[in-house]
Design a protein around this ligand. Sequence first.
Ligand SMILES: NC(=O)c1ccc[n+]([C@@H]2O[C@H](COP(=O)([O-])OP(=O)(O)OC[C@H]3O[C@@H](n4cnc5c(N)ncnc54)[C@H](O)[C@@H]3O)[C@@H](O)[C@H]2O)c1
Length: 603
Amino acid sequence: MAREFTTIGVVGLGTMGAGIAEVFARSGFRVVGVEQNDDWLARGRGHLEHSTDRAVKRGKLSEGEQRELFDRITFTTALADLKDADLVVEAVPEHLDLKRQIFAELDAIVPETSILATNTSSLSVTEISVATHHPARVAGMHFFNPAPVLKLVEVVRTVVTDPAVVADVESIARRVGKTPVVIGDKAGFIANKLLFGYLNHAVSMYEGKYATREDIDAAMRLGCGLPMGPLALLDLIGLDTAYEILDTMYRQSRDRLHAPAPILKQMVTAGLRGRKTGRGFYAYEAPDSPTVVPDALTPPNGEPEDAPDPGERVRTVGVVGSGTMAVGIIEVFARAGYDVVYVARGTEKVGRVRAAVERSLDKSVLRGKIEEANRDDALGRLTGSPSLDDLSDCDLVVEAVVEELSVKQALFATFDEICKPGSVLATTTSSLPVVELAMATSRPADVVGLHFFNPAPSMRLVEVVRTVATADETAATALAVCHRLEKHPVVCGDRAGFIVNALLFPYLNDAVKMLDANYASADDIDNAMKVGCGYPMGPFELLDVVGLDVALAIQRTLYQEFREPGFAPAPLLEHLVTAGYLGRKAGRGFHDYGDRLTSAASH
Ligand SMILES: NC(=O)c1ccc[n+]([C@@H]2O[C@H](COP(=O)([O-])OP(=O)(O)OC[C@H]3O[C@@H](n4cnc5c(N)ncnc54)[C@H](O)[C@@H]3O)[C@@H](O)[C@H]2O)c1
């Protein structure tokens, strides 16, 4: 029979503990919240007040309900006040000794039948449990930040946790509206194991000045649909907590990708711990405030009024190619009012490209996104040609042909002969070095990467890639043009994967390695990332959409460029590609797209 829970203890009312106390109190449980001293207790109470005030303002909680919620919570500094708790969730800082000491004390305070749970993100639940005389009643109950919002709870079972305890923890998680996933005791569990390698990589990019914090964050939000960029998320998590999690993961995995980026330690030491101290990667209005305020690193807002607009020099745009990206890019430029000369190989292809642009514009009209007149104007601005010679007068040429270096190099050599002096030459390559294309011309200063995302008409992100030879003026023109297209440009250097793919694909590859290690099923991993981190798709769903062959090719490029052992393609990914399980396009990848949607890769 399921156990009755009446009183829940929460130890530590910081970023996580306050949220966890709120979750239980909202569901009608009596909560005893314990802090280390009166100051911290007041602060913990403040967290709960802020959070429930916000809920009241948004109409999600009435003032009466807020009062009742507080009536159900006892705030105390005495661990002994947990003597009647049926379940205690510990959420103190991520230090093993501290947690072990608290568990040893709790063991002597609560009744023998009570359950003790830790919210640790990375420490060994087993090591914490053996600090008690009853390790069978200890489990992990890992909530996600912000606890009142995110639904995932990872329930961590050690080799000695009583199965009845696991079932009871699962059941109470469901009662407070959460989605529990039961897993074994391994640093980082599912979600953090996949999340923190990626977050750490983003910090290294920032530390190496590869791109600005704003651009790194915007790239992941707009390029992958993530709810927050990695640096903003680290500020929310707390840089001290993130450092401890990475450090523990590194000690267990010895994977260099988990070794905390040096700047993290420096920032923590300097007191820049994220939102909780009002400063982290960004500056906030006040400690614990979510509102970002400008600081010395904030980019200036817009150009001075009298400055010439570098985008002015572009009126006519050439687009070369006949695939999905070329068609989308032609549409984007024509809709934004540019005259577009598009070149495809042969008159038949030229006709097909035009038909594809027409179809797409028609769809936009049907969906009410544009007027019929806009469509006709856009179509009126298109000139198709089978000859590259017709690009001679273009101010900007964007190449979107097949992803092969020799083909693109030959094309850039031809642009060099044909295009008028001063025209900007752009490539939309997603994995080739832009500088290799620049050096195929006699004017590398005019060459830049313009990496659009698919589908180009609806994805706002464009990565503007500067090589070591790109002139400032060329980059400024590319940026100004992106703004006119109503895109969100981010600037990065000429490295494999730019920003988005370099951060995304190693994470996907890590998910494949986790599956191959039989730690969790594809569905559990997909769910953990969706429900725990608010990702729009799980890694396996995304891999099946992208195509496993495409993912493998990108991962190989990243591995070859960075020589990072952790970037080596997962053997399972290679095998699935060899077997022809390429994802949706093949009807089977990690999931089977026959009549049943089941995991194909459970083995
Ligand atoms: N921050 C996140 O996003 C996140 C997400 C999931 C899990 N976690 C885990 O949750 C735990 C807490 O992390 P956090 O981010 O809330 O940290 P935090 O620093 O925001 O809060 C920790 C709180 O514990 C209190 N505390 C310290 N010693 C205590 C003691 N002896 N008795 C009672 N209270 C004590 C502190 O005063 C502080 O208020 C960690 O194990 C962390 O890994 C964090």
